[in-house]
Design a protein around this ligand. Sequence first.
Ligand SMILES: Cc1cc2nc3c(=O)[nH]c(=O)nc-3n(C[C@H](O)[C@H](O)[C@H](O)COP(=O)(O)OP(=O)(O)OC[C@H]3O[C@@H](n4cnc5c(N)ncnc54)[C@H](O)[C@@H]3O)c2cc1C
Length: 385
Amino acid sequence: MSFQESDERRALRAAVADLGRRYGHDYVVRQVRKGEHLDELWAEAGKQGFLGVNLPEQYGGGGGGMYDLSLVLEELSAAGCTLLMMVVSPAICGTIIARFGTDEQRQRWLPGIAGGERIMAFAITEPDAGSNSHRITTTARRDNGDWVLSGRKVFISGVDQADAVLVVGRTEDARTGKLKPALYAVPTDAAGFEHRPIDMDLAMPDKQFMLYLDDVRLPADALVGEEDAALLQLFAGLNPERIMAAASSVGLGRYALDKAVNYVNTREVWGKPIGTHQGLAHPLAQVKIELELAKLMMQKAATLYDDGDDLGAGEAANMAKYAAAEAATRTVDQAIQSHGGNGLASEYGLGTLLAASRVGRIAPVSREMILNFVAQNTLGMPRSY
Ligand SMILES: Cc1cc2nc3c(=O)[nH]c(=O)nc-3n(C[C@H](O)[C@H](O)[C@H](O)COP(=O)(O)OP(=O)(O)OC[C@H]3O[C@@H](n4cnc5c(N)ncnc54)[C@H](O)[C@@H]3O)c2cc1C
């Protein structure tokens, strides 16, 4: 075990940080105000090979793992420009297709996902199931060799940018009982597929959507992976999701902390920098420690995942996501506090991070569900629900 990153990873970190700095948080805020996405940054990151670092080389990826992909998202977020769809397209969908797709599905999707030319969204959340995925009712039935998919999904990110959505459903045979998920790649222009934006109070360029799937007819090969083993396949995608959510929170926290430190070191109201006062210095030191601890757990989760230990990675990924979201939320709050009135002035760009940092405590899995997981699985306590 080494806590030193390889020269290759350090170089990747530096190159991504450089790209992030060239765009910066001002670019994100400008795009949000125009109602536009981060297309230029996304395209450039794709061209430089950053979006697909985790995907196999033979399908246009970089041949690395989740450690590398999480490093990319952490550095972009630390520059103030999180690419939310990285959590979904290369991390969840790319991973699932690379690990469980047919060779034809890999050929069809992975090069585009790696290069950023194609985007795949991911839909598991349903209005009536919420955190209880066992209650999802999106159902696929067979019809003359095709699949016919119907259901509703909510809060699905980036559908307007996506070529397809990887939809978590269940087959007609497994309609009730414990979730036996089946995963379908659904083109966003398929007949019977409709998406409507949800009004969100988030200063983020990626929007969330309600999905309506009404008898969407799909060819047999829309099914990704096994019909019967998809729970394992689903978790193979959800662990990367949690690692990436942690990366985005760690990066965002780093961004806010940098701004705060810079401000308290220069702003004077009593004849010396306000950072001299321990009332400001200690909370910033505290969140620095919390961010570093969360990052360490994220790196452990990614390392376990890349080593093929899905179970160990699951526990670490949950803990990392929890810790990073808590740390980022506290960091943004403290960064705003450190700026006084300027903390909420548009010029300083911190107010825009308030809701964004908060998202990490709710999605992709809420903090309470992680606490449930740790209480039951790590500590062996009884299930409360
Ligand atoms: C910005 C954003 C982007 C998103 N993007 C996607 C996406 O791309 N794809 C996708 O599929 N989903 C996405 N989601 C959905 C997200 O994963 C869900 O919102 C999240 O899992 C919580 O589900 P819910 O909103 O239904 O809350 P609910 O399940 O209704 O929970 C409400 C509250 O009750 C708590 N709670 C529920 N059950 C328990 C329990 N047993 N014990 C203790 N507390 C409990 C929860 O923790 C939460 O605090 C996104 C959400 C947001 C906000």
